[in-house]
Design a protein around this ligand. Structure first.
Ligand SMILES: N[C@@H](CCC(=O)N[C@@H](CS)C(=O)NCC(=O)O)C(=O)O
Length: 304
C-alpha cells in the first residue's frame, strides 16, 4: 500500500493510503487514525503491541475523507488508544455505464454488497472487499488487533455495519450505527441499489438486509447501539425504518440500545456530537487490555 498523506492529530496521526484492489478492480483509497505509540509500526508485531480498532463505514456520496474531516473522532481515539479504519464507499473509475449518474448508485454508493448482476459484478464487491481484502491488508501492515475489532457506520454505512456484524460475528465483536438504513429491501434507496446490484430475487436481497438477517436467525455480537436524530429528513421519508429493526430485535431477544436524539438531523454535526460515546461503547465490549477507562468515555461524552 502507498502512503499518500500524514497529518499529526492529537499526538497520533491521520494517514491516507491507496492500494490496488483485486476485488474492486481499481485503486482504492482509505484513511486510518493511529493513536500515539503506534505510528512507526510495520511488519511483524507481538500480539500485545496491537491496538483495538473501529472500522467506520460511511454513507452515500462519501469518500474516506468525510469521516476524517467532519466526525471529529481523533481526540477520543487518541485518548482511548484506538485505531480508526476508514475505507471508501465504492470502487471508482471502472468505466461502467451510469457509474457516475446518480448519487445513490455506482460511485459513492456501493451499499456494502457483493454485486451479482452485470455490469456491476466486476468490481462492486464491497462486502468481500472490506471483510477480506481490506482488513487482511491493514492487519498485515498496521498494528490492528483483529481480536479487538468493532464496526460502526452512518446511513448506508450504518446498514453496512449492521450486516457485517450480523454476517461476520467471528470478525466483529461490537457494532453501532448512526441513522442506519435498517431495512434496505423496503426503502427507495435500498430497492434501487439491490435491484441493480443483486437483481430481482428477494432471497438475494435478504442476505444483505439487517432485518431479514435477524429474522433468519443471525445474532451478530448480541448487542446493537443505534443513534438517530428525530429531525432527520430521511427518517421522515421512510428511508431508514428503525422501527423495523426495533421490532425484529425485540422478537429475537437482541439488546438494541436505540437513542432518539431531539433536534438532530442526518449530518456529520449529529455524528460529531455522539461519536466519542460510540467509541466508548465499542471499547467497553472489545476489552483490550491496554484500553483506559472506556466506560468513562462512553458515559461522559455519550450523554451530552
Ligand atoms: N442530499 C445528499 C444525500 C446524500 C447524503 O445525505 N449523504 C450522507 C450519507 S447518506 C452524507 O454523509 N453525506 C456527506 C456529508 O454530509 O459529508 C446529497 O445529495 O449529497
Amino acid at each position: 500500500m502507498k502512503l499518500l498523506e500524514t497529518n499529526r492529530c492529537f499526538e497520533g496521526v491521520w494517514q491516507r493510503y491507496s492500494h490496488v484492489s483485486a476485488l474492486c478492480q481499481c485503486e482504492m483509497t482509505f484513511s486510518v487514525y493511529l493513536p500515539p505509540g503506534c505510528e512507526s509500526h510495520s511488519g511483524a508485531m507481538a500480539p500485545g503491541d496491537r491496538k483495538p480498532a473501529l472500522l467506520w463505514l460511511s454513507g452515500l456520496t462519501c469518500t474516506d475523507q468525510n469521516f476524517v474531516q467532519k466526525a471529529h473522532a481523533a481526540a477520543a481515539a487518541s485518548a482511548a488508544g484506538c485505531i480508526l479504519l476508514v475505507p471508501d464507499t465504492s470502487p471508482r473509475g471502472l468505466n461502467i455505464d451510469g457509474e457516475d449518474e446518480r448519487y445513490d448508485l455506482g460511485s459513492g454508493a456501493g451499499f456494502y454488497v457483493d454485486a451479482t448482476e452485470s455490469p456491476w459484478r466486476d468490481g462492486y464487491q464491497m462486502f468481500s472487499y472490506i471483510t477480506e481484502e481490506f482488513l487482511t491488508l491493514v492487519a498485515e501492515q498496521l498494528p490492528v488487533s483483529l481480536e479487538h475489532l468493532g464496526v460502526a457506520g452512518h446511513s448506508m454505512g450504518g446498514h453496512g455495519a449492521l450486516i457485517m456484524a450480523l454476517k461476520r460475528p467471528d470478525l466483529f465483536r461490537s457494532v453501532s450505527a448512526f441513522a442506519p438504513i435498517c431495512e434496505p429491501s423496503k426503502c427507495d434507496w435500498g430497492q434501487r441499489a439491490f435491484s441493480a446490484y443483486l437483481g430481482s430475487d428477494q432471497a438475494e436481497w435478504a442476505e444483505y438486509d439487517a432485518c431479514s438477517l435477524i429474522r433468519q436467525g443471525a445474532r451478530g455480537p448480541g448487542r446493537i447501539r443505534v443513534e438517530q436524530g428525530d429531525a432527520d429528513d430521511f427518517l421522515e421519508a421512510g428511508q431508514l425504518r428503525p422501527e423495523s429493526l426495533q421490532a425484529v430485535c425485540e422478537d429475537a431477544g437482541i439488546e438494541l440500545e436505540y437513542q432518539l436524539r431531539e433536534g438532530y438531523d442526518h449530518s456529520y454535526f449529529f455524528i460529531q456530537t455522539f461519536i466519542a460515546g460510540h467509541l466508548g461503547y465499542h471499547l467497553v465490549q472489545l476489552k483490550h487490555p491496554a484500553t483506559g477507562d472506556a466506560s468513562a468515555l462512553q458515559t461522559g461524552l455519550a450523554s451530552r
